[in-house]
Design a protein around this ligand. Sequence first.
Ligand code: FMN
Length: 364
Amino acid sequence: MTLNIHSSEDARRIAQRRLPWMVFDYIDGAAGRETGAARNRAAFDALTLRPRILRDVSQRDLTSSVFGQKTNAPFGISPMGMCNLSGAGADLMLARLAARENVPLGVSTVASTAMEPLIEAAEGNAWFQLYFSGDGVGTFKLVERAKAAGYETIVLTVDVAEVGRRPRELRHGFTMPFKIGPKQFIDFALHPRWSLTSLYAGKPQMANFDMDGYDFDRTESRAKADWDTLRRLRDMWPGNLVVKGVLDAEDAVALKGAGVDAVQVSSHGSRQLDSAPAPILELAKIRAAVGADYPLFYDTGLRSGEDVVKAYHQGANFTFFGRILQFAIAAGGEEGLQELWNVLRSETSITLAQIGERTLIKDA
Ligand SMILES: Cc1cc2nc3c(=O)[nH]c(=O)nc-3n(C[C@H](O)[C@H](O)[C@H](O)COP(=O)(O)O)c2cc1C
């Protein structure tokens, strides 16, 4: 069956029809008046790619690499909390995709499936994303647990000192853990396909918090984290350490100096600070500041293969897609996800041909 997903916008449109309003707006929404999202989109659109001709681009290679490991695609899967809201079993669909494509799956602190089955389904292609929370006691327990589960890469997300206000989700009364009041009941009743499968499969939960009496409050302040927290994490984590949510060149240079293995330039999909600068433009500045050889990853606002190529041209060594993957699942389950992934691969490959390049890997 083909679902007619020919672009990420198609996936979003179908998802909007199928998802309860509350769930769609939780996934799609951004901070404040959503000017940050618009600013980044406008910046992407203003960047151009120059067509080049007659270069024999018949053999093109979409592989890339992260931490010395070859990936089949030049993009991976951003960590996202509560993915099973987009469809029952969504986390595992993303994990199986990561296994097939040999790309990293970001496993969120607030994932709706526990970290152990996810790294197993991803056949090792999983990175654990860490939120520092409260006084940090539970946070460091999670680090030990990730180590025991076989994770080799940890991603510390630093752009959520406080959770940004996202009016679209707030208006629907979106809370975690999930509460179903009269308003939500009507919303779910009007989207029976989603409700029957998702709620029947069990109300999505934050699955990493059934241990040691440690609970996670999504709205609890994460503001206590500082450079000492980072040093402590660096000392206790022998594997790769990525810091995600960086938009400032001075911060990136300091992270490099603190022994962080890679920086992920991101504005959290424009869900945090509405007035943040366009991350795709900061990427080039950060690349200039950290030098040519330091690993830089990019996410936020990627909607197509052309966007991926632009991010590599701005200095990224690897990129990550976020919400559009959830829209593909909402639109068509695991098939929908694969269909969108194929579209993104195809768009990237065709773009390379048009600009006379065979690969995204520098010096390849
Ligand atoms: C529904 C949703 C949940 C998210 N949850 C997390 C999370 O738990 N941890 C995290 O580091 N980032 C989280 N993010 C941010 C993503 O990792 C990523 O930065 C962002 O989605 C990329 O932008 P894009 O959606 O425009 O591609 C979330 C994003 C969305 C849309």
